[in-house]
Design a protein around this ligand. Structure first.
Ligand SMILES: NC(=O)c1ccc[n+]([C@@H]2O[C@H](COP(=O)([O-])OP(=O)(O)OC[C@H]3O[C@@H](n4cnc5c(N)ncnc54)[C@H](O)[C@@H]3O)[C@@H](O)[C@H]2O)c1
Length: 351
C-alpha cells in the first residue's frame, strides 16, 4: 500500500482516486482554490459536485491550505489540474516535492516557446526547484479515459509516459487495478502530443454530427458518419505530421493515445459536445455558452497550435498547407468563421 496525494479535485483528478483506493492505497484528494465546493460536497456526502456521482468514502478530501498535511508521508503525487492550472500547481507543490518523489499528471497540453513545442512533463520538470529537479521525473497519463466512466469502474486502458523508465514502472505497478489497465512508454513526445492534440481534433470530428442536426437529421445509421470519418482520418494524419515535426514518431497517432483518445473525446467528451454545437452553426460564443462553464482545453491548444504551426512551417519542419483541418478549426474558434470543412485540401490535396 502507498500514500497518494492528488492535487486538483476536478472530474479527472477525482476519478483517478477510485482505482487508487480500490488498489488499497491511502488517497488524499486536495482541491485547488477553485474546488472549494467540490471538497465541501465530498466531506458532506461523498458525492462529487461535477461528476455527479458518489466516490468511495476512503478518499480523504483536503482544502488547498492543508496541502502540507496531505503531503506528509506521501509516496506519489498526482497533478489533477487542467492545463490552465499547471503553472499554479507547479508553484504550489514546489515547497513539498522531495528528490525521488514519483510525480505524474493527468493534464493535457503543449506549450510553444517561439521555436519549439514542449510537452507538459518537460514543462513541469523545468518549473521544479533546482535542488530536486534532477531527481524528479514527471510522467503523464494519456489514453481513452472519460472521468465519469473511470469513476464508475468502466474498464479503461491508458499509457503512462515519461522519460525515466524506473519511475514509470514503479508508478504503473501502483496504479494498475483490475479495470484500470496501464502501459508505459518513454515516447513522451509522441504520447503527450497525441494527448494534447486530440483535444483540438475531436472538436473537428464532431462537426459532422452538428451539421446533421442542423439539417434536421435524426440520430441513426444514415447521418453524417461519412463526414466524421473523413475528418477523423485527416486528424490522425495531421497529428502524425505534428509529432514528426516535434521530433517524435508519427505512428503514435494511430495508437491508444491518438486514435483511441480521439474517438472517446469525440463521442464521450465535452470537446465533442462543443464541436457538435459549432457544427450546428452556432457562433463560438454561443457554443461556449451552451457548454455552461465546462473546461474547454481545445480553445487553448488550437491557439497554441496556430502559432506553433506557423513557426514550424517557417523553420521548414512542416510543409505549408499540410494542416488544413487544424487551420480550419482555428478559423472557426479563433476568427469565429462558420464551419465549412475543406475536404479538397485533405489527404495531401485532391487536385
Ligand atoms: N474529464 C475527463 O474525462 C478527462 C480525461 C482524461 C484527461 N483529462 C484531463 O484532465 C485535466 C483536468 O480535466 P477535468 O475533466 O478534471 O477538468 P475539471 O474542469 O473538472 O477540473 C479542472 C481542475 O483544474 C483546476 N484548475 C483549472 N484552472 C485552474 C487555474 N487557473 N488554477 C488552478 N487550478 C485550476 C480546477 O480547480 C480543477 O481541479 C485536463 O487536462 C483534461 O484534459 C480529463
Amino acid at each position: 500500500m502507498a500514500v497518494f496525494t492528488v492535487l486538483g479535485a476536478g472530474m479527472m483528478g477525482s476519478a483517478l482516486c477510485v482505482p487508487l483506493v480500490d488498489r488499497g492505497h491511502e488517497v488524499r484528494l486536495v482541491g485547488t482554490p477553485l474546488d472549494r465546493d467540490i471538497v465541501e460536497g465530498l466531506r458532506c456526502d461523498h458525492v462529487h459536485l461535477t461528476l455527479k456521482h458518489a466516490l468511495p468514502e476512503a478518499i480523504v478530501p483536503y482544502h488547498v491550505e492543508q496541502l502540507g498535511e496531505a503531503m506528509q508521508g506521501c509516496d506519489a503525487l498526482a497533478l489533477g489540474v487542467s492545463s490552465a492550472g499547471i503553472d499554479w500547481a507547479c508553484e504550489t507543490i514546489a515547497p513539498h516535492v522531495r528528490p525521488g518523489l514519483p510525480l505524474f499528471m493527468i493534464t493535457k497540453g503543449l506549450t510553444w516557446d517561439g521555436e519549439r513545442l514542449h510537452v507538459l512533463p518537460d514543462v513541469v520538470k523545468a518549473k521544479l526547484p533546482v535542488g530536486v529537479r534532477d531527481d524528479v521525473h514527471p510522467a503523464a497519463v494519456a489514453g481513452p479515459c472519460i472521468a465519469g466512466e473511470l469513476a464508475r469502474r468502466v474498464p479503461s486502458c491508458v499509457i503512462l509516459a515519461g522519460r525515466h523508465q524506473p519511475t514509470l514502472t514503479e508508478l504503473a505497478e501502483l496504479l494498475r487495478a483490475d479495470y484500470y489497465h496501464v502501459w508505459t512508454s518513454t515516447d513522451v513526445v509522441g504520447v503527450e502530443a497525441c494527448a494534447a492534440l486530440k483535444n483540438a481534433y475531436a472538436m473537428g470530428v464532431a462537426f459532422g454530427t452538428g451539421m446533421h442536426v442542423a439539417r434536421g437529421g435524426e440520430p441513426g445509421s444514415v447521418a453524417m458518419h461519412n463526414v466524421e470519418s473523413a475528418v477523423f482520418a485527416q486528424a490522425l494524419l495531421e497529428m502524425g505530421l505534428i509529432i514528426e515535426a516535434m521530433g517524435g514518431d508519427g505512428r503514435r497517432a494511430a495508437g491508444l493515445a491518438g486514435a483511441g483518445d480521439l474517438d472517446v473525446t469525440n463521442n464521450g467528451g465535452r470537446t465533442g459536445r462543443f464541436g457538435r454545437w459549432l457544427g450546428t452553426g452556432l457562433s463560438r460564443e454561443a457554443a461556449i455558452e451552451k457548454m455552461a462553464g465546462a473546461t474547454l482545453e481545445c480553445l487553448e491548444i488550437i491557439a497554441v497550435m496556430r502559432e506553433a504551426s506557423r513557426g514550424l512551417i517557417a523553420a521548414g519542419k512542416l510543409a505549408a498547407g499540410s494542416l488544413p483541418l487544424l487551420d480550419h478549426m482555428a478559423e472557426v474558434v479563433l476568427d469565429d468563421r462558420p464551419v465549412d470543412i475543406p475536404f479538397e485540401a485533405f489527404f495531401g490535396g485532391s487536385r
